[in-house]
Design a protein around this ligand. Structure first.
Ligand code: DP6
Length: 362
């Protein structure tokens, strides 16, 4: 793996010399991602129990603007506005994250941060906002420190910072497919995610139509959820199987084998929910409607032979995955057969994206 060096004293001196206390700012749009092989369970400081493989999204994203000024006595280290309103709880989360980063980069304690952020998707949509949110903060911070140094912060460092904020965020700062965790892929490691290269063109532009089953708040936070794996009876088996699934799925994606992709992706999603169900305490995040959708998808596939499959995160919403060229054939099925099963009849038609984009705050 490419070693992740701490930020050197020389580097910090350059920053200190080049920063005369001037206002610095950065604004990034960073997408969420959907895991095809799930990260579920971690050890110590955000080290995953197994490698995971994800597709970066395009439409579900966080827009974040970060402004840096010299830190002053009596002024909060971080002020954070979400949807134009101050949000103390997330400001505290960011301070915790910066405290961790400042162990390596003490220079950060000299700065005060004023941050504005908003998501393109509703908060309650159950889409991993921590992935795009922490990814956007890391991209902005990398850009700001890069401005002082005169060159861009390397992607592994940005991904590493994002991981310390939220594991899945390590995968959101790149696209189109990201691998995070030690495995056979060159340079794969637990500290930061890397782009999974050479994926077959039939997976390029893959669609992810996210069907909202319930917009209610999550019943289990990801921190609680991961902790359930610490003493899970199937922990070792899961970590081994998930590692094998990651290797296999990546080979399948390089080969362009949708027939093999479908059962493996579904198995991963159901296994995540299975693990939650037989955790102690047990959680059922899947709803009746989620199951109805799964049956419909399988029936549709059997009837039409079209490559439509699904995955799920730690919530009831169902992500429908299919090759981009089938959109026109699959969309009517989603509108006519799937959405009427749901209360809100709400679906975000998302697709493969390439990661962070520099933006103007608006
Ligand atoms: C089910 O990355 O949200 O979405 O590291 O505690 O922030 P923390 O967890 P988080 O966990 C994501 C879990 C998952 C699967 C995945 O995205 O791989």
């Amino acid at each position: 793996m490419m070693p992740l060096k701490s930020i050197s004293t020389d580097q910090q001196e350059i920053w200190a010399k080049n920063w005369q206390g001037q206002r610095l700012q950065s604004c990034y749009q960073v997408p969420s991602n959907i895991a095809l092989v799930k990260y579920w369970g971690k050890v110590g400081p955000q080290i995953p129990g197994n490698p995971s493989l994800s597709m970066t999204l395009e439409e579900c994203h966080t827009l974040t603007q970060m402004v840096v000024m010299p830190r002053q006595e009596g002024v909060p280290w971080v002020e954070f506005f979400f949807d134009d309103r101050p949000q103390e709880s997330f400001a505290k989360k960011i301070e915790k994250w910066l405290t961790e980063l400042s162990l390596d980069i003490p220079f950060l304690t000299k700065m005060s941060f004023s941050i504005k952020s908003r998501n393109s998707f509703p908060h309650s949509a159950g889409i991993a906002s921590s992935a795009s949110g922490m990814g956007a903060l890391s991209a902005c911070l990398g850009d700001i420190l890069g401005q002082l140094h005169g060159e861009k912060m390397p992607l592994p460092i940005v991904s590493h910072w994002a991981r310390l904020g939220s594991g899945s965020a390590s995968r959101s700062v790149m696209g189109p497919f990201a691998w995070w965790g030690e495995g056979s892929l060159d340079n794969s490691n637990n500290q930061y995610a890397i782009v999974a290269p050479k994926v077959h063109e039939s997976f390029m532009g893959m669609h992810d139509s996210i069907v909202m089953v319930s917009q209610s708040e999550k019943k289990v936070s990801s921190t609680q959820g991961h902790a359930l794996m610490d003493h899970h009876p199937y922990k070792d088996v899961r970590y081994q199987q998930a590692s094998a699934n990651c290797e296999r799925l990546y080979s399948i994606m390089k080969a362009g084998d949708w027939d093999a992709f479908i059962p493996l992706v579904e198995k991963e999603a159901l296994e995540l929910h299975g693990l939650m169900m037989n955790s102690d305490p047990s959680f059922i995040l899947m709803e009746g409607t989620s199951l109805d959708i799964i049956h419909q998808v399988r029936n549709f596939r059997a009837d039409t032979g079209l490559p439509l499959t699904f995955t799920m995160d730690a919530g009831p919403n169902v992500h429908l995955l299919y090759p981009k060229e089938y959109y026109r054939k699959i969309r009517p099925f989603i509108d006519n057969e799937i959405l009427p099963l749901t209360e809100e009849q709400n679906c975000i038609h998302d697709y493969m994206g390439m990661g962070p984009v520099v933006k103007e705050w608006h």
